[in-house]
Design a protein around this ligand. Structure first.
Ligand SMILES: NC(=O)C1=CN([C@@H]2O[C@H](COP(=O)(O)OP(=O)(O)OC[C@H]3O[C@@H](n4cnc5c(N)ncnc54)[C@H](OP(=O)(O)O)[C@@H]3O)[C@@H](O)[C@H]2O)C=CC1
Ligand SMILES: N[C@@H](CC=O)C(=O)O
Length: 433
């Protein structure tokens, strides 16, 4: 039977995501009430700039005092879509203390301080849901937290940042410049308030930390994730990838060690073969592979950024949390975990694509090959192309077999010291084979 007294919802933030959440709460009010078993009421909307026009929102609900809103005592659910660390963290803690459960899309905060937030939720008997924090509309947090909790997940690999995928895709397919593609992604609402978070890989690293934590029942903080962004990826890298039958993607890769005693989490650009399913992930779409002992390989795919897709994930959490409230229960929360050490990047086994500018004369290839051999790195393919400019230089592209990242980077450092190597034009890892 439908309860008539509405559940009260406070919305903290009404930007790209928040404005869509408010719109769907209004336009789908009847459906949401039917799903929940009670109507929901938007009880207040906290923003920074109160005079800004907010379509479809009663101006009487707007406040700049988010703290007073969450302290009211009659709020059932707080939706935090402000972003950043503070005041979001303090507001969530205050919400728990004053009786509300929380739905958040804030991956930066969860990857920085998820443990304290979960502990506070548990202490006060509240829910903390955050499906929207990873890969926009794609259900990923709940499948890992609930559906796969009986299995053993060994690897999570995918594209988890829409902005960088949009930029790399535009650079690859339409030849767009980096800045032009970034401006377009920002205008479409994909980029973070500070797009450095996207292009330098912080956003993807936060998501990798969250995914590794849930998948491997451990804790990984953003600072433990090896992170490289896309700012160094050049048109020449993309062209080089094409020549190899590959494309360049920013990947997040989280792995459990074979002995189960440690994990790794990394974010970096990588070349992947055009035949790999991730190669066809276009624009701001995301896709994530999950490999588990019993389930095998699962692929999750969908819109990874933008107001409306992200709001879909927020609304799904809102319904779940409201149902729990009505049942005077909380959801599954955080499962028991073992703190597994996060191994450094140097121990990760990967492959390098290295493009060198070398002297075009006898013996150079042998010298280069010796450096690889000295570091214990086996070469898979070598391609040399003499330059047409008559300067006695050639371009040498070496693709290695799999080796520890420390050995690969030591190889690059040793190559830089050879007189016959005039420059390292690009280095990129190769994944997905
Ligand atoms: N955009 C996306 O595609 C996705 C975003 N997310 C996450 O969702 C969250 C929100 O992102 P997004 O909507 O893009 O961000 P926006 O910058 O568009 O919106 C932020 C909102 O928070 C308000 N705000 C900022 N500071 C305060 C404050 N101190 N007190 C009250 N309100 C404040 C802003 O107010 P005002 O409007 O007055 O400026 C604005 O309404 C972030 O955590 C982001 O990482 C997650 C998945 C996808
Ligand atoms: N800026 C993020 C938004 C969603 O998380 C992205 O581009 O993926």
């Amino acid at each position: 039977m439908m309860r008539t007294r509405p559940l009260k919802v406070a919305l903290l933030g009404c930007g790209v995501v928040g404005s869509e959440v408010a719109r769907i709460m209004t336009t789908h009010a009847d459906d949401l009430a039917a799903r929940i078993g009670a109507p929901i009421e938007l009880a207040g909307v906290a923003v920074r700039r109160p005079s800004k026009a907010r379509e479809g929102i009663d101006p009487a609900l707007i406040t700049t005092d988010a703290t007073a809103l969450v302290k009211r005592g009659d709020i059932d659910v707080v939706i935090e879509v402000i972003g950043g660390i503070e005041p979001a963290r303090a507001l969530i803690m205050t919400a728990f203390e004053h009786g509300a459960s929380v739905v958040s899309a804030n991956k930066a905060l969860l990857a920085e301080d998820g443990a304290a937030l979960h502990a506070a939720a548990e202490q006060y008997g509240r829910d903390l849901y955050y499906e929207a924090a990873v890969a926009g509309a794609i259900p990923l947090v709940r499948p890992l937290r609930e559906s796969l909790v009986g299995d053993k997940v060994n690897r999570v690999l995918g594209i988890v940042n829409g902005t960088t995928n949009f930029i790399l895709d535009k650079m690859d397919t339409s030849g767009a410049g980096y800045s032009e593609a970034l401006d377009e992604a920002t205008a479409l609402g994909y980029a973070e308030a500070d797009p450095t978070a996207d292009v330098e890989g912080f956003d993807a690293a936060a998501k990798a930390a969250i995914l590794a934590g849930i998948a491997f029942h451990t804790r990984v903080r953003i600072g433990e994730v090896h992170r490289e962004g896309i700012t160094e990826v050049t048109a020449a890298d993309i062209a080089s990838a094409r020549r190899m039958g590959c494309t360049v993607k920013l990947l997040a890769i989280c792995e459990r060690a074979a002995d189960g005693r440690s994990v790794t989490a990394r974010v970096h650009p990588a070349m992947i073969p055009l035949s790999h399913p991730l190669a066809s992930v276009r624009e701001a779409y995301n896709a994530v592979f999950v490999e588990a002992d019993a389930a095998g390989q699962l692929m999750f795919y969908g819109p990874g950024a933008g107001g409306s897709p992200t709001a879909s994930a927020v609304l799904g959490d809102l319904v779940a949390v409201c149902r729990n409230k009505l049942n005077e229960a909380t959801g599954p929360g955080e499962s028991a975990y073992t703190r597994l050490p996060v191994s450094p990047m140097g121990e990760v086994v990967t492959r390098y694509h290295i493009s060198l500018d070398v002297a075009d004369k006898p013996g150079v290839l042998a010298q280069v090959a010796t450096v690889f051999a000295e570091q214990g790195v086996s070469i898979d393919t070598v391609r040399q192309q003499g330059r047409q400019d008559g300067g006695g230089e050639a371009s040498l592209v070496v693709v290695t077999h799999r080796a520890p990242d420390a050995a690969l980077s030591a190889t690059v450092e040793a190559l830089r010291k050879l007189d016959t190597v005039h420059g390292v034009a690009s280095i990129m890892r190769v994944e997905g084979e």
